[in-house]
Design a protein around this ligand. Structure first.
Ligand code: XIL
Length: 297
């Protein structure tokens, strides 16, 4: 097929992008998004600060703009993200202990209930593990409510939307390292104890090289009995960019339970990064990286 989404679909996968509501009136942007991608993530509009700006008062208009556009155009939606230490609303930043735990679980329940039936996969918890060699949890106000906050969130999400796949999502997890192993151990424990988890998201914000065990890392998660999704792929521009994109695509296709890839934006000028990490240039032209992905699909 001649687009990323259609080619991925031929392999039983999806190919997605992040969409920013504020760019949707740009016809070049939305035209590429509509043509190339069949899975959509809201770049910011479904995060805690966006959806619950004051406590127990919910705001879905920006998220709905993206979700409705996606569904009206035959695309599926990744929900991002129910709980994350970043982009928390100010009121939640001022809470701790059981008040924060209760607010967090209420948030998960309300947002997942609102979007029930419309979300293919939810990032239930985002970036809860520490960087570096510890393999442990990141310190955060959420973590200080008790180590079981992650499983409590997954249970609440399952109850609210039994049809959505529930994912744990993180970065710097792109090879076998202390952080990805910490997550691996958590997922293994969740599966053993019946905590509802269906998928692991590897954000894959990459520089000029890629771990040689990228595919092996995907495979070890799949072997636990969860799907793997590449959720926020972008790769620093440089002589290796097209190769790295192709390596990621091939690795995902090589693992049956790697069900799809999402790139974190459309054109380089839409990216949160300044190193031109995406598949289309600022004018909307396909880059070499685009061709390398399409050829790998
Ligand atoms: C980024 C967005 O792209 C930016 O627009 C925003 O200012 C900050 O967040 N990991 C994630 C994403 O899970 O939500 C982040 O998105 C990028 C890193």
């Amino acid at each position: 097929a001649s687009t990323l989404g259609a080619s991925a679909a031929e392999k039983g996968r999806y190919f997605g992008t992040a969409i920013a509501a504020g760019r949707m009136s740009d016809s070049t942007y939305i035209g590429i998004a509509n043509r190339e991608f069949n899975m959509i993530t809201a770049e910011n509009e479904m995060k805690w600060d966006a959806t619950e700006p004051s406590q127990n008062s919910f705001s879905y208009s920006r998220g709905d703009q993206i979700v409705n556009w996606a569904r009206n155009n035959g695309k599926q939606v990744r929900g991002h993200a129910l709980l994350w230490h970043a982009q928390m609303p100010g009121w939640a930043q001022n809470l701790s202990g059981s008040a924060l735990r209760n607010a967090a679980i209420n948030h998960v329940t309300k947002v997942a209930t609102y979007y029930r039936g419309k979300v293919h996969s939810w990032d239930v918890v985002n970036e809860a593990f520490a960087d570096g060699g510890s393999g442990g949890r990141r310190d955060s106000s959420l973590q200080r409510t008790g180590n079981d906050w992650i499983e409590a969130a997954f249970r609440a999400a399952r109850a609210a939307d039994p049809g959505a796949k529930l994912c744990y999502n993180d970065y710097n997890t792109d090879g076998i390292n202390a952080k990805s192993t910490g997550i691996y151990n958590m997922v293994r424990d969740f599966k053993a104890r019946g905590v509802p988890i269906d998928c692991v998201g590897l954000q894959s914000h990459l520089g000029t090289s890629i771990a040689s065990d990228y595919q092996a890392n995907i495979q070890r998660f799949a072997d636990l009995g969860v799907d793997v999704q590449i959720t926020e792929l972008d790769v620093q521009q440089g002589s290796n960019q097209a190769n790295i994109y192709q390596t990621v695509t091939r690795a995902c296709l090589a693992v049956a339970r790697c069900t799809g890839i999402t790139v974190w934006g459309v054109r380089d000028t839409d990216s949160w990064r300044s190193d031109n990490p995406l598949l289309f240039d600022g004018s909307g032209n396909k880059k070499a990286a685009y061709t390398s992905v399409l050829n790998a699909l």
